[in-house]
Design a protein around this ligand. Structure first.
Ligand code: SAH
Length: 236
């Protein structure tokens, strides 16, 4: 009986120790990711760097893919969708020139990772996801991580989220063929929107700036995102 108790204790310590080691490993992997993939490639906004160092990306990917969470690439999150490459998340976030008091709209919640990065920097994040299962999962995870400033809605993000407009910044993480009109309208004067635009072949990340009611566009990078679709699954 006593022997059993000792074996039990040994197993318990072994397991909890394993847990400690992996937590430390994740932290190291995350720091290396930020150094090698983010800072080394020219991202310099200290708010973006701090957020990417803090948010535990491995919690946003399926358990079987956790050890790959800090790799230099996108990852599958189920339902045929992906979480973007860390550098793309950093690059898009930096392009918005976010400040602490801002209100941001995200289209394509996916895993909730990009929303968590935004929530570390700005006051309020409104995010819309069309796949119910993904939206509900992200909502639960973000609540469990203590984010009170992220609001998730299940719906078609082509329409934006009119009730909370205008937004200081808009970030779209699925690609339509053209920039949705409602998103342009819901962007505040002086605001910025970053969005991948294009079909199956080539897409470009486009930065839009609204000045005197007009939108000026700038091509940033060629990218590959999942398509923006409507509720029937048809591409926009
Ligand atoms: N930002 C996410 C990555 C999203 S992948 C993250 O950090 O994990 C793109 C997401 O856009 C997918 O989850 C997809 O379901 C969603 N999507 C596609 N069309 C959409 C639409 N019309 N409205 C809202 N979400 C959409």
């Amino acid at each position: 009986m006593r022997k059993l108790k000792y074996i039990g204790l040994a197993v318990f310590f072994l397991l909890s120790c394993n847990y400690c080691v992996s937590q430390t490993e994740y932290k190291e992997l995350r720091e290396r990711m930020v150094e090698d993939q983010i800072i080394a490639r020219g991202i310099s906004d200290s708010r973006v760097i701090k957020a990417m160092k803090k948010v535990e990306r491995h919690l946003f990917v399926p358990e079987s893919a956790r050890r790959y969470a800090y790799r230099d690439g996108p990852l599958s999150i189920g339902e045929g969708q992906t979480i973007s490459q860390p550098y793309i998340v950093a690059c898009m976030t930096e392009s918005l020139e976010l400040k602490p008091g801002m209100k941001v709209l995200e289209i394509g919640t996916g895993s909730g990772y990009q929303a968590a990065i935004l929530a570390e920097i700005v006051a309020e994040v409104y995010t819309v996801e069309i796949v119910e299962k993904l939206g509900e999962r992200a909502k639960k995870l973000l609540v469990s991580l203590g984010y009170k400033n992220v609001h998730v809605k299940i719906g078609d993000g082509y329409e934006g989220w009119i009730e909370h407009a205008p937004y200081d910044a808009v970030i779209v993480t699925c690609a339509p063929n053209n920039i949705p009109g409602p998103l342009k309208e819901q962007l505040a004067e002086g605001g910025r929107m970053i969005i991948p635009v294009g079909g199956r072949g080539i897409q470009y990340l486009i930065l839009n700036r609204k000045k005197n009611g007009k939108i000026r566009q700038e091509n940033i990078l060629p990218v590959m995102f999942v398509p923006m679709v409507n509720e029937k699954g048809e591409r926009y």
